[in-house]
Write a protein that binds this ligand. Structure first.
Ligand code: GDP
Length: 417
């Protein structure tokens, strides 16, 4: 660290050669040990019409009979009318590493006469898993968060050889911002190599046309050539044309392989010449399982969380954001200033109205008093006038003014005489 740079608030990194062994080169091993002890959690969702080989492929991928043998489908009239969501969990172990795998199946998807809303229950299910994670994050004690979020969605495309169906496009459009989409051409052994190539091109063109984002193997700067080549090879196979089989069959040259037997030969699941199963497994399990988990957490969940909190009226409270963004700070100051002005104006209006009301009340009171005084005086004058008129009339008629007065006079006169 350069001292002057430190006082100026700028830090710079200089490379130092160590004189001996310190030990932090062991950090990756610490992380490795801890992760192995804790085990891993992964949730995959499979979506596609019945009979496209979803359960067979999951059993093939994880080399276990996760899905029990299925009963044949009941007649269409007896099937449930909505898409059901079913989860199967399994703890699997390989070379001492434990993986808790959850497979979310969506039986019923695309199986109805009207499939317009088939995607709805699936979106709701994915969002409710985000909701549950958010709720756990907001708890007072959040040391034990169970992550049920869907990390990858294998979308099975019917091997029609044409292009995507409206249902496929609608589903992917609705889901691509909420889950890592991995499109798969199911039962690709029913198509020839040329048909698969053309079908892939059309699917990719449709996906690009509708601005659908599917999961891409990430490439980082300073990556070694081998990793870059591996990522490119995986990317070149998307959408993966797969064949599933959990049965061991014998090839004409006597090898025991997982595959499907046809009169013209054997289709081998684990043979890269025959299908893209190996590349799909590489992407989903061997190379990018952690990437899928990370992208779900850092991008898909984060975007959903921000939107959800904003829609609930929780505003971003980031002083750092304001510091580095003067426009945002100015805008906030302006809003605060305007609010202050509006408050002052409202207060002034209120005081003014109060004063006017007081004045009006006073004026009304003095008006009433004046009126009362005026009435009193008028009554007194009227009475006086009536008295005078009465007197006048009596004087004119020659009568004594008042009977009391005349009797007194008479009495007085009598006394005098
Ligand atoms: P799900 O309903 O989508 O789960 O389909 P299933 O896994 O139950 O498979 C339905 C049928 O298709 C079964 O008879 C499977 O043996 C068969 N199947 C599965 N995968 C493939 C495949 O890759 N190619 C072919 N030709 N058949 C398959």
């Amino acid at each position: 660290l350069v001292p002057n740079a430190q006082t100026a608030g700028i830090s710079s990194v200089i490379r130092k050669k160590l004189m001996g062994y310190v030990g932090f080169a062991n950090l990756p091993n610490q992380v490795h040990r801890k992760s192995v002890r804790k085990g891993f959690q992964f949730t995959a969702m499979v979506v596609g019409e019945s009979g496209l080989g979803k359960s067979t492929l999951i059993n093939t991928l994880f080399n276990t009979t996760l899905y029990p043998q299925k009963e044949p489908l009941p007649p269409a009239a007896e099937r449930p009318k909505t898409v059901a969501i079913e989860s199967i969990g399994a703890d699997i172990e390989e070379n001492g590493v434990r993986l808790h795998l959850t497979v979310v199946d969506t039986p019923g998807f695309g199986d109805f006469v009207n499939n317009d809303d088939s995607w709805k229950p699936i979106v709701e299910n994915i969002e409710s898993r985000f909701d549950s994670y958010l709720e756990q994050e907001n708890r007072v004690n959040r040391t034990k968060i169970v992550d049920n979020r869907v990390h990858a969605c294998l979308y099975f495309i019917q091997p029609t050889g044409h292009s995507l169906k409206q249902l496929d496009i609608e589903f992917m459009r609705r889901l691509h911002t909420k889950v890592n989409l991995i499109p798969i051409i199911a039962k690709s052994d029913t198509l020839t190599d040329e048909e698969v190539t053309e079908f892939k091109e059309r699917i990719l063109a449709d996906i690009a046309h509708h601005n659908i984002h599917i999961f891409q193997a990430p490439t980082y700067e300073n990556e070694d050539e081998e990793t870059i080549a591996e990522a490119e090879e995986i990317a070149s196979k998307i959408p993966f044309a797969v064949v599933g089989s959990d049965k061991i069959v014998v090839t004409p040259d006597g090898r025991e392989v997982r595959g499907r037997v046809y009169p013209w030969g054997v289709v081998e699941v684990d043979n890269e010449e025959h299908c893209d199963f190996v590349k799909l497994r590489q992407m989903l399990v061997r190379t990018y399982m952690e990437e899928l988990r990370e992208y779900t957490n850092d991008v898909l969940y984060e975007n959903w969380r921000t939107e959800k909190l904003l829609s609930m009226g929780v505003a971003q409270d980031s002083s750092v954001f304001k510091e580095i963004n003067p426009a945002a700070r100015l805008q906030e100051e302006r809003v605060l200033h305007e609010a202050k002005l509006a408050k002052m104006e409202a207060e002034m209006k209120m005081v003014f109205q109060q004063k006017v009301q007081e004045k009006e009340a006073k004026l009304k009171q003095s008006e009433e008093e004046l009126y009362a005084r005026h009435k009193e005086m008028k009554d007194a004058l009227d009475k006086q006038r009536l008295d005078l008129e009465d007197k006048k009339r009596k004087i004119e008629s020659g009568r004594p003014l008042t009977p009391e007065k005349s009797s007194t006079t008479r009495k007085k006169g009598f006394l005098r005489t």
